[in-house]
Design a protein around this ligand. Sequence first.
Ligand code: DX5
Ligand code: ZN
Length: 221
Amino acid sequence: MRNYVIAPSILSADFKNLGKDVETVAEAGAKYLHIDVMDGMFVPSISFGMPVIKSIRPASDIIFDVHMMVEEPGRYVEDMKKVGADILTVHQEACCHLDRTLNQIKSLGMKAGVALNPATPVETLEWVLDSVDMVLIMTVNPGFGGQKFIPYTLEKIRKLRGILEARGLDVDIEVDGGISAGNVSEVAKAGANVFVAGSGVFAGDAAENVRTFRKIFEGLK
Ligand code: DX5
Ligand code: ZN
């Protein structure tokens, strides 16, 4: 049985009450907190970085799932460990030396994730699949919250789950972008098990929305 996880993305939270929002989703049973770091280069927007992550770390012991949408994220691996990242995900497209960066992450005791933009084939990960704990399939083009789920990414999730199963690898598949209570079951059936939701959690009653996702996961078991 797959372990299903909801990972609320704080990009859609209320930044003036960030600590409170973190507590709210953790208390409602979210296991991961998805933290989107953007540099204005790899993606058009700039979000936040180490000081913000450091300041919310004491709010909860929830797992910090940090998504690096930055060029050459290898430059920040140590900093991210210091401010409390538990899982560090880097983009395949942003790393000149992906193997080295993934090993750096693991050597510091964090879980290593690798992310793929919608247009990047899953086959590009052939040689690093043994070294990762999680693959993040972007289901929108990264950079902004509140975008529409891209349907062809379902096929990528199926393909990747098939490759992982054929190789006997127990790797999480995380999806990010346009995930809602309305499509999460279909995406789970394709093979994903970690679901990022920004607007799907923080638009409206965040605690209630987390509980709704968890109820849907119960139905999948
Ligand atoms: C987008 C970010 C996402 C974003 C998702 O580039 O990586 O994590 O917060 O937002 P929603 O769930 O609203 O599509
Ligand atoms: Zn993200």
